[in-house]
Design a protein around this ligand. Structure first.
Ligand SMILES: Cc1ncc(COP(=O)(O)O)c(C=O)c1O
Length: 446
């Protein structure tokens, strides 16, 4: 039974107060007015799959810190490790046993790599991966796909937001649409854009630019336009094409890493990227990122002339490293039980949602599988790429739908560009609560 006070007074007051000191009252635009029509709900505490706001309303949390909370809120093991570690001194900015123990576990779970470097966020990881790729190949340009998000580093901030379809330009030569002011236009001279999930167009773009590229970077499952799966064999093809032109294949697993399989999507799809980047689920709620790959590439960071620079006071933060070790132990214990559970719960949520939309005659589809999925209000059978998303996903309707769910004790961001997350803490009872709320919201909306 979910506790509701149906009052948002304290959330409203807190948000008004936050606006006096914080830009828009938030520390990241996706948390505020950009997506929450009537202001954000201010969460105060969480436990397992549930969270409570300042007014005492309880929610089943399906956003899970944009996927960072793979063990749910306040997992007892993580709480224990954090309490113990903090009492001993949280960080020394010196080398520690904790970072080696985290790295060993990481490499056991991601066997395509024999070396890892920890950063403090996914953005730092993708930043470093590009620098490494450029140093390794001696080339500056790289290819990114429309609608993929790789963090907020200057060269990645191109065509990452949704735009009206008539602004996108030809598929073979997409119009460049910067996501931010303040980036020198010359930065984008090094970026080659391509539509995703389209081999012939990629081949044609590579015939023009392939020999100039340091890397092709891709998300394995598009997770920033909802949840868009790669066509069969597509990712391997992208990898082969990158290698054909002497470029590195960078797999950005910041969302998918440790989520779809112990070794992420590279394990799930049988890929061997040259570099891969991680974040979110790796830290179980603590800020971290990682770049993994072969020594031949990562060793370019070794000190000396010609090195790739990567500094950071908080790199390998001892508290986070201890959390990572505990998190990876939980994920890899009991012969994959954590993954079996996330898949079972997620798949039952997906099939339940599809059933409701069908019964209620709501034009909506659900994409994804297991621990991550997204709902699109659309008359299409599938959303295959960024252009489909821009043209065919009714994002305003999705936002109204989520606001109706928030009123019924389901916590999720109203942004259609994100995705529903199943953690190891979610249960069949949470799925029942979700399906009841969705059914009621559909009745209200139709
Ligand atoms: C695929 C992908 N890469 C990189 C990032 C950046 O990670 P962070 O927010 O930790 O900087 C994100 C964040 O959402 C992401 O989805």
């Amino acid at each position: 039974m979910i506790t509701r006070t149906n009052n948002r007074q304290r959330s409203r007051e807190c948000y008004a107060r936050a606006q006096q000191s914080l830009v828009e009252g938030v520390n990241s635009p996706s948390r505020g007015a950009a997506v929450y029509a009537s202001g954000p709900i201010i969460l105060e505490r969480g436990r397992a799959s549930h969270a409570w706001d300042l007014d005492g309303n309880e929610y089943v949390d399906f956003m899970m810190s944009f996927g960072a909370l793979i063990q749910g809120h306040a997992h007892p093991k993580i709480v224990e490790v954090v309490s113990q570690t903090i009492a001993e001194g949280s960080h020394f900015a010196a080398t520690t046993l904790a970072e080696t123990e985290a790295a060993e576990r990481f490499l056991r779970m991601v066997p395509t790599s024999d070396s890892v470097r920890f950063t403090n966020s996914g953005s730092e990881a993708t930043m470093l991966a590009l620098r490494l790729a450029r140093a390794h190949t001696g080339r500056s340009k790289f290819l990114k796909f429309e609608g993929h998000y790789h963090g907020w580093y200057d060269p990645y901030c191109l065509n990452g937001h949704s735009h009206p379809a008539n602004q996108l330009g030809p598929r073979e030569n997409p119009t460049r649409l910067p996501d931010s002011e303040g980036i020198p236009p010359a930065v984008f001279d090094d970026v080659v854009l391509a539509p995703w999930n389209d081999v012939p167009v990629l081949e044609s773009i590579l015939r023009r630019h392939g020999h100039e590229l340091a890397a092709i970077i891709t998300e394995p499952i598009m997770a920033n336009m909802g949840c868009i799966l790669p066509g069969e064999g597509y990712l391997q093809k992208v990898c082969d094409l990158a290698h054909h032109y002497g470029a590195l294949f960078i797999l950005d697993e910041v969302v998918t890493g440790f989520r779809y399989a112990p070794g992420g999507c590279q394990q799930y799809y049988g890929l061997k990227p040259d570099l891969s980047t991680f974040g979110k689920a790796l830290g179980a709620g603590f800020p971290v990122g990682a770049v993994a790959g072969p020594r031949a590439i990562l060793d370019r960071m070794r000190w000396g002339s010609g090195m790739v620079l990567h500094y950071g006071t908080f790199n390998g933060h001892r508290l986070t490293m201890r959390v990572i070790a505990a998190n990876l132990d939980l994920l890899s214990s009991n012969e994959g039980a954590a993954y079996r559970q996330m898949y079972a719960v997620g798949d039952s949520a997906i099939s339940g949602l599809k059933g409701i939309f069908q019964r209620r005659k709501v034009e909506a589809i659900v994409q994804g599988f297991g621990p991550m999925f997204q709902i699109y209000f659309t008359s299409c059978d599938a959303i295959h790429n960024y252009r489909d998303y821009c043209q065919y996903a009714d994002t305003a309707k999705y936002s109204r739908f989520i606001h109706a769910l928030l009123d019924r004790g389901i916590y999720m961001t109203p942004s259609n560009g994100l995705h529903w997350i199943i953690s190891t803490a979610h249960t069949p009872v949470d799925v029942e609560a979700l399906l009841t709320a969705v059914n009621d919201a559909c009745v209200e909306m139709t």
